[in-house]
Each structure stands twice: as structure tokens, then as C-alpha cells.
Design a protein around this ligand. Structure first.
Ligand SMILES: *Cc1c(COP(=O)(O)O)cnc(C)c1O
Length: 378
């Protein structure tokens, strides 16, 4: 069994992907070709964003967002500690300081109370609260109503790091139209993945969009050899855009399948172990289906039993950022980050993809239930 099976999806659309690739090979426009323009328009239509600016990967999307918002020395950029490193990694190079916040223990997303404490702390050490990098962890939208209120109160910009959350919905708002800027990743294992690296930036602001289109091509003005700002090279390959066009065409159906699979796991497991919580009005893109062991349950035993049955599981993430070598010295919520530490100690993710078949899923469920009852009696 695969943790994320990309082969079934490929079999479903292989002819169309092959045809798309052939078109690119014949026109030869490998950089910023017509497929890139077509894909950006299709993405905008899918989520309702005014502007979609594709780029080389999800980390660059965040870095370009920092650049276009003018994040600089003395600024504080607030990040949850329980996330992939890229969320905070893009901050120090700007001269700004990442400030680590805790998560909500049930949703695993940025805790608004911790954010408020971290903002006050940042001020007290002479930093200027500038930006919040909220994360849609495992595909679940962050608590945006509360986070937006805090951003407004303190005059901060909001970036929605939706690398895992493209396709999710927060109270009627799609990933891509939340925040001053939203970003996503097309890393192959993300809900909408390509066959290499890719990313995108979303904004409703015409000025930001224009600057982002310049920044991704060396800060170009009217053309590539007229450089009006310091930019970088961060474009989505035409070939990746061609592949993504066919993947996006089936993405809504895949999101529906993910809902069914997630609901099936939850129905079968919720009486025995902590299953993911999706607050009312939210829809996850189910990048991961993540369990948390309860007191008295040993995560290692559960993962080992699944492994013996040839069922892969993964821990996202084994160590929160504030406990990692590169990040230990950055400021954090003065109360500490106990929920992030507890999550790292107790979570593990099950196989999850739109084509997980019922019999495979039943096997995962059976092994887990059996091991959990043995743990209880043993
Ligand atoms: C994957 C991921 C990124 C980075 O995306 P890449 O395309 O791999 O650079 C950023 N933030 C989060 C939360 C991610 O999961």
C-alpha cells in the first residue's frame, strides 16, 4: 500500500497529460509559455482569486510574498511552530524575525490567543509586528476570523500559507482568496501536485500582483532586460503548467473523494483514538489524515503494527520548529508552546489520497482497531 499513490491518478489522465506534453514539445515555449497563462486563469476561476501568479515552488511563493509586502529588518513575522520549516524559513533572509506561536490542540492550526501573546512579546523586545504567516495544516483552513481580527487590531498583513490547503474552504471562502496574500505548493504529494516543483501566489490586490509578476522574473520592468527592482528567478515551468492543467480538471472530483475517505476513517476510528476535527463551516483538502494517540496509547506500537501489515504511516511533524537547531534562538510566545510539543509527540498520519480503495482502507482500520484493543487489555 502507498502512503500517497500518484500512479492511479496518472493512469486516469495519462493520455491527456501525454498530449499536453507533446504540445509543449512542439511549440517549444518552455519558459512562461501559453500553458502557464492558461493555468493561472484556470486556477483563478477555480478558487475565485482575482490574481494568480505561478512560481517555482511553495517556498518561493512565501519568499516572494515577504518581498512584495516589504518585510524588513525589525519586523516580526508570526508563525505557528507546528508546521513545515518553509513557513518560517523565508523570514530571516529579509532581516525580519520569525516569532513562534502555539497551535490549537484540536485543529493543529495557529492559536489566536498564542498569537496575541506573541505580538505583545514581540513589541516588548523592540520588534514591529508586521505579518502573520498562518498555515492550513494538513489541509484544514486556519481560524481566519480570529486571526484577521488580530491582524486588523495591530495593523499586520496576513499571508495564508496554503501549501497543503489548496481546495479547502473556510466559511464559504476558498483557499486562495483569504489573506492579503495566499500561497500554495504543487510539490507532487500536495493535494494539487505536479511532476516536479511548482507553486503559486494569490492576491486580490492589482498592485501586489503586478509587482509579483515582476519579482518572479528578476524584477523586470517592460521586459527582462529592463530591471526596475531586485527580483529573482522563480517561474513555473511550462511543462509543469501543462501537467497541472489536466490535474486541475479532475481536482474537484478528487477533493470529493478525499471527503468520503476521511469521513470513512473517522466513522471507523473515532471511538478508539483522536481523529481529525473539522470545525463547522470548514472543508479540508485532506492533504493528510492525522491521528493523535490518547494517554495510555503508544504511537510507536500502533505505527509498528501498521508497518508489519505493510501499511505506511508518517509523523508530520516529529519536532516543532522552536525545538529545531536552526530555529531555537528565535522569540516565541512567552507562555511556551505546549500544544505544538504535544502534537509532535502524539500524531501520525495514515495513507490518504483520492484513490485509496475501500479494501485497503478497511485493512488500515482493522489493524489499528485490533492493535488499539490489544493495547487497552494488555
Ligand atoms: C510543502 C510546504 C511548503 C513549501 O512548499 P515547496 O513547494 O515544497 O517549497 C510551505 N509550507 C507548508 C506548510 C508546506 O507544507
Amino acid at each position: 500500500m502507498q502512503f500517497i499513490d500518484l500512479a492511479v491518478q496518472q493512469a486516469r489522465i495519462k493520455d491527456r497529460i501525454d498530449a499536453r506534453i507533446q504540445v509543449v514539445l512542439s511549440h517549444g515555449d518552455y519558459i512562461m509559455g501559453p500553458e502557464v497563462v492558461e493555468f493561472e486563469a484556470m486556477m483563478a476561476e477555480f478558487c475565485g482569486a482575482r490574481h494568480v501568479v505561478s512560481c517555482a515552488n511553495g517556498t518561493d511563493a512565501l519568499e516572494l510574498a515577504m518581498m512584495v509586502l516589504g518585510v524588513r529588518n525589525g519586523d516580526a513575522v508570526f508563525c505557528p511552530a507546528f508546521t513545515f520549516a518553509a513557513t518560517a524559513e523565508v523570514v530571516p533572509a529579509t532581516g525580519a524575525t520569525p516569532v513562534m506561536c502555539d497551535i490549537d490542540p484540536t485543529t493543529f492550526n495557529l492559536c489566536p490567543n498564542s498569537l496575541s501573546r506573541a505580538v505583545a512579546h514581540a513589541r516588548s523586545i523592540g520588534l514591529r509586528p508586521a505579518v502573520v504567516n498562518a498555515v492550513d495544516l494538513f489541509g484544514l483552513p486556519a481560524e481566519y476570523d480570529a486571526i484577521e481580527a488580530i491582524c486588523t487590531e495591530h495593523g499586520m498583513k496576513l499571508i495564508a500559507d496554503s501549501a497543503q490547503g489548496f481546495g479547502s474552504t473556510y466559511k464559504g471562502r476558498n483557499s486562495g482568496i483569504i489573506g492579503d496574500i495566499a500561497t500554495t505548493s504543487f510539490f507532487p504529494a500536495k493535494p494539487l501536485g505536479c511532476y516536479g516543483d511548482g507553486g503559486a501566489i494569490f492576491t486580490g490586490d492589482d498592485g501586489l500582483a503586478e509587482k509579483l509578476r515582476s519579482l518572479r522574473v528578476h524584477g523586470k520592468g517592460s521586459n527582462k532586460y529592463d530591471n526596475i527592482r531586485i527580483g529573482r528567478n522563480s517561474r513555473l515551468d511550462t511543462l509543469q503548467a501543462a501537467i497541472l492543467l489536466e490535474k486541475l480538471a479532475i481536482f474537484a472530483d478528487e477533493l470529493d473523494r478525499r471527503q468520503v475517505i476521511a469521513a470513512r476513517y473517522t466513522t471507523a476510528l473515532a471511538d478508539m483514538i483522536d481523529t481529525p476535527v473539522v470545525p463547522k463551516g470548514l472543508r479540508s483538502s485532506w492533504a493528510q489524515y492525522t491521528l493523535r494517540s490518547r494517554p495510555g496509547q503508544d504511537r510507536a506500537v500502533l505505527m509498528a503494527a501498521l508497518k508489519d501489515a505493510d501499511i505506511p504511516t508518517v509523523i508530520y511533524y516529529p519536532r516543532p520548529l522552536h525545538q529545531q537547531t536552526a530555529y531555537v534562538d528565535f522569540p516565541r510566545d512567552p507562555v511556551g508552546l505546549p500544544a505544538s510539543e504535544a502534537a509532535s509527540a502524539h500524531v501520525f498520519s495514515l495513507p490518504m489520497h483520492p484513490y485509496l480503495d475501500t479494501s485497503d482502507q478497511d485493512r488500515v482500520i482493522d489493524v489499528l482497531r485490533l492493535t488499539l484493543s490489544a493495547e487497552k487489555t494488555g
